[in-house]
Structures are given as structure tokens and as C-alpha cells.
Design a protein around this ligand. Structure first.
Ligand code: MRU
Length: 351
């Protein structure tokens, strides 16, 4: 069974408990956060990571930020709430689930503005816990909707980690694999190591191995060769933000994979919840791409592998154009050959 990635412990005065993903697979350690600085930092350093898990952390962080505010009226309370959401929103720019989670908390406060502040705080606390519970359900639905795309005996290539660790507990891309296996199918997986931060090597292989699924680790630059050797039947990845036309941002290197999958006539699937769509932007060109510090490239797990002062380019994500995506698997259904109309038909007007 996947481990619980993040949870709230106790009542509204309690704290957030999460797996420190920077330490896996060498150590499974839980850390506790009881203030917004802790949550902001946990998101920044990828202690908690993966778009849906970041959304959950943001909602819980909002509760930590507002629970002790002594505002006399709703206007003052909402100003404080906005300061908290703006601060948490500054942690990472690409995964839209972060902003989705924060907006959902703001909207919940606004819907209840006529209630006493103490009641609003409790409503926000319950909303954060609801977001976590909903995510569990959503991931299972993604798995159910995607499992029929995998044939018995097939081999799936995945990139980064879109598993239980990236969500409340079951994953998006890995949910499709988990559900197919639970359905009695024999599925093998190739996991890209996913430089620079090695989410594939450290997290995806760990999760799949724990689940008893046959997983083989490859370096990112081996995927084309594996495809040419007919070792891969399809690619399934997650997403951090999907534009209205279906262009999908995901971990750096996903775009490369989509191109080589197309070259080898291999289906390329993106599995993501509706909360990962950003219908306010028409194409992937408008997705903000996070650039991270150069040490992630010049060092591997703390060991220097490049000369001092070498120039570095370190984008954390890239955008796969919709034309390279065979289907997007959501909790509301599978969107084949995605385009703006098909996306709206399946997910509705999310905004
Ligand atoms: O930088 P990360 O580890 O947060 O990047 C995560 C990914 O790119 C995942 O594939 C994506 O968030 C989907 S998680 C279900």
C-alpha cells in the first residue's frame, strides 16, 4: 500500500505531518509543520512535492496561517488570509494545484463571510481536510479510468514521480498502473531516473517496488533506445499544469519523451486531476516554468560533479504540446487527442 504523503494530525490546533521526500529512499522520515514558514519551505525544497500534494499542503498551510489571527471583522480577517495565501503562493510557480488549493480556501472564506470568524476558521480547517480526502478519491478514479488503456503484459515507461508521494496516497500516472495491476494485469514499468533531483530513481522505483510491481530503472537518456528495442508499450506521466488546449507542463524531460514516443508510434498518456487544468491560459506558452538553483545540476546528492563556477541552466519543467499527447486521463474521463473543445466537454468550465 502507498504511504500517506501528508496528513493533518489533531484538531484545528494540531499540525501537518508529511513524509520528507528529500530523504527517500534511504530514510522514511515524517516531519511536522506548525507554521506557514515550515510549509513554504517544505514546498520549496521538495520535501513535499508533486502537483496535487502541493495543493493539499497549501490548503493545510492556509489553516496554519490564519488559525491564530484575531480579526474583529471579516474584511480584516480576509486581508490576513490573502497575506497568507500570497506568501504560500510564492513557494513554487508551475504546479497550478498550488494556486487552485489557495483559491479554494479563499473562496470558502468568502462564501461564509457572514459567519463568526471562529466558525470560518473551523470551516477552512474542514475544507483543507476535505481537499485531502477528495484527492484520494480522485486518484482512484483516475486509476479506474486509465487502467483499460494498459494491456495485460505491457511495459509502461514513466518519468519523475506521479505516484502516491505526489498526491494524497495513490498517484495519477502510477494510479493507472496500480489499478491495472489490481485488475489482475501483469504490468512492467521502466522508470526514468529524472535528473536533476532523481524523483524517478528515488521515489518512483521505491513506491513500485514496495507495491510488488516489476520496475526497471533507466537513465533519462536511455528511453529512446528502450523504445527502439520494443521494450516500451506506452508512456504514462503526470502533469503540473495543463493549458486550455491540452499542452501539458510536467517534469523537465517529459517533452523529450513525447517526441521519441511519437517517433516510435508509442502512445503517450498524461494522467492528471481536473485541478491541474488551467483554463485561464489558452496554450502552454503561458505556463510559468520554474528555474531552480544551479547546485541541483553541479551536484548529485551533495557530491560535486562539475567544475567550479560553470554556467548552468536548470528549468524544472517543460511543456509537451497537445499534439504529442494520445490522451489525458482524468477523474472525469479520458480525453483522446485532446483539444480545447474536448477538454471542456469532459471537465466543464472548471474556473
Ligand atoms: O518538481 P516536482 O517533483 O514537484 O515535479 C513533479 C512532477 O513533475 C509530477 O510529474 C507532477 O507534479 C504530477 S504529480 C501527480
Amino acid at each position: 500500500m502507498p504511504v500517506p504523503t501528508i496528513e493533518w494530525v489533531g484538531g484545528i490546533d494540531g499540525r501537518v505531518k508529511m513524509v520528507d521526500q528529500t530523504l527517500l529512499p534511504n530514510e522514511l522520515k515524517y516531519v511536522f509543520c506548525d507554521d506557514i514558514e515550515g510549509i513554504n519551505n517544505a514546498i520549496k525544497i521538495l520535501m513535499v512535492r508533486g502537483a496535487p500534494a502541493i495543493g493539499i499542503a497549501a490548503a493545510m498551510g492556509t489553516v496554519l496561517g490564519i488559525r491564530k489571527k484575531n480579526s474583529g471583522n471579516f474584511e480584516d480577517f480576509f486581508k490576513e488570509l490573502k497575506k497568507v495565501t500570497a506568501y504560500l503562493g510564492s513557494s513554487r510557480p508551475t504546479a497550478v494545484n498550488l494556486f487552485w488549493g489557495l483559491k479554494r480556501m479563499e473562496d470558502t472564506a468568502l462564501r461564509n463571510k457572514d459567519k463568526p470568524i471562529s466558525d470560518i476558521k473551523n470551516i477552512l480547517f474542514n475544507e483543507a481536510k476535505t481537499i485531502l480526502e477528495e484527492d484520494k478519491d480522485i486518484c482512484r478514479k483516475i486509476g479506474e479510468n486509465g487502467k483499460t488503456l494498459l494491456q495485460d503484459g505491457s511495459c509502461v515507461l514513466t518519468h519523475c514521480n506521479a505516484g502516491g508521494l505526489a498526491t494524497a496516497d495513490y498517484g495519477t500516472a502510477l494510479a493507472v498502473i496500480f489499478a491495472a495491476v489490481e485488475n489482475g494485469k501483469n504490468i512492467r514499468v521502466y522508470a526514468d531516473e529524472t535528473r536533476p533531483l532523481l524523483q524517478g530513481a528515488r521515489l518512483t522505483t521505491w513506491e513500485l517496488k514496495n507495491a510488488g510491481i516489476d520496475v526497471t530503472l533507466i537513465c533519462d537518456n536511455m528511453a529512446a533506445h528502450a523504445m527502439k528495442q520494443k521494450k516500451v508499450d506506452c508512456v504514462v506521466v503526470g502533469a503540473d499544469r495543463i493549458a486550455a488546449n491540452g499542452d501539458a507542463a510536467n517534469k523537465i524531460g517529459t517533452y523529450n519523451l513525447s517526441i521519441i514516443a511519437k517517433e516510435h508510434n508509442i502512445p503517450f498518456y498524461v494522467a492528471a486531476p481536473v485541478s491541474t487544468f488551467d483554463l485561464s491560459i489558452s496554450t502552454g506558452d503561458d505556463i510559468p516554468i520554474e528555474e531552480r538553483n544551479s547546485e541541483e545540476i553541479t551536484h548529485i546528492m551533495g557530491n560535486k560533479i562539475a567544475p567550479d563556477d560553470i554556467k548552468v541552466f536548470n528549468p524544472a519543467f517543460d511543456v509537451t504540446p497537445a499534439k504529442n499527447i494520445t490522451a489525458i486521463i482524468t477523474e472525469k474521463g479520458v480525453i483522446n487527442n485532446p483539444d480545447a473543445k474536448k477538454i471542456r466537454d469532459v471537465i466543464g468550465n472548471k474556473q
